[in-house]
Write a protein of this length. Structure first.
Length: 289
């Protein structure tokens, strides 16, 4: 099956030609999608009619082992079923009603508005995330997702800063990122989310280098907390300048796949007290083939 990709931003984010991914099983097409991910870091596939099981199956075909140790699973039971690899990205509760303003699930999910990269608090960390839009607010009502190209952001650093970052490692913790918003895990919940350590600069399979940080990045190993967090904040501000950012307005049926090693993303606000927004996310783990 022949696939073409059209770049929507000078640095990254490409839209694929029409294809029904739930019907893709051949090695050639799956390899073409992986190649496009190396080139563009994010790929958009319109009009995908996935069921939950079909989305999980496609993710496994494309990239193997799925991430199931999510932060969401320790806060509330997954309304989508027993497979925690399928993450509910919505403002809807188990009973199908919109979440109340003070609902603990809603308060936890507000953390998605911080710049982040999925599953960086795990080891192995997340590789591809695949977010499928089922119900979205009307056009211009908000609820878009912004993405930042961390490869282009690294390339734009001066040589002095690149040398400064070489060899640094960072501790990632979802408990830390949620605490910055005032959300607290219980001691039992926190024990299930110990965090992980990763390089601040990652070398991608393409050979390009990428900044690897976001709101989960809690400290630089071997540095004082204030100095490390100041540098991390400086790098996030650098990486989220307009020239590195693309904003995606969702349409029902969209599937967006992004490489967590090469990008950050964040949700944007909408009137979640009156408008429904339901998406499903599956994330694969960065395990060598």
């Amino acid at each position: 099956m022949s696939l073409e990709f059209r770049r929507l931003h000078p640095h990254f984010f490409a839209e694929a030609s029409p294809i029904a991914l739930r019907e893709v099983h051949d090695a050639e097409t799956l390899a073409a999608i992986r190649s496009a991910m190396d080139a563009h870091a994010i790929c958009l596939f319109r009009d995908q009619a996935f069921s939950d099981s079909e989305q999980l199956d496609f993710a496994r075909r494309l990239d193997g082992v799925l991430h199931a140790k999510t932060g969401a699973r320790v806060v509330a039971k997954n309304r989508l079923g027993d497979d925690d690899a399928l993450t509910d990205i919505s403002n809807v509760g188990e009973n199908g009603a919109l979440l109340a303003a003070n609902d603990r699930q809603r308060l936890y999910r507000l953390g998605n508005r911080l710049w982040h990269t999925d599953a960086s608090f795990e080891d192995p960390a997340g590789r591809y995330s695949m977010l499928h839009a089922r119900v979205v607010p009307p056009a211009q009502a908000g609820g878009d997702t912004e993405f930042a190209d961390m490869r282009a952001a690294y390339d734009a650093l001066d040589e002095r800063m690149k040398a400064r970052l070489e060899g640094l490692r960072v501790r990632h913790s979802i408990a830390y990122s949620r605490q910055t918003l005032g959300f607290e895990f219980t001691a039992e919940e926190a024990s299930l989310l110990p965090g992980a350590e990763h390089p601040l600069v990652r070398v991608l399979p393409s050979g390009r280098r990428s900044l690897y940080l976001a709101s989960h990045a809690a400290q630089i190993i071997g540095w004082s907390l204030p100095e490390g967090r100041l540098l991390l904040r400086e790098l996030i501000e650098h990486a989220t300048q307009p020239q590195f950012v693309y904003r995606h307005a969702w349409r029902a049926g969209d599937l967006v796949i992004w490489d967590n090693r090469a990008t950050m993303h964040r949700a944007t606000p909408f009137d979640d007290a009156s408008l429904r927004r339901e998406l499903r996310r599956v994330t694969t783990l960065d395990i060598a083939a």
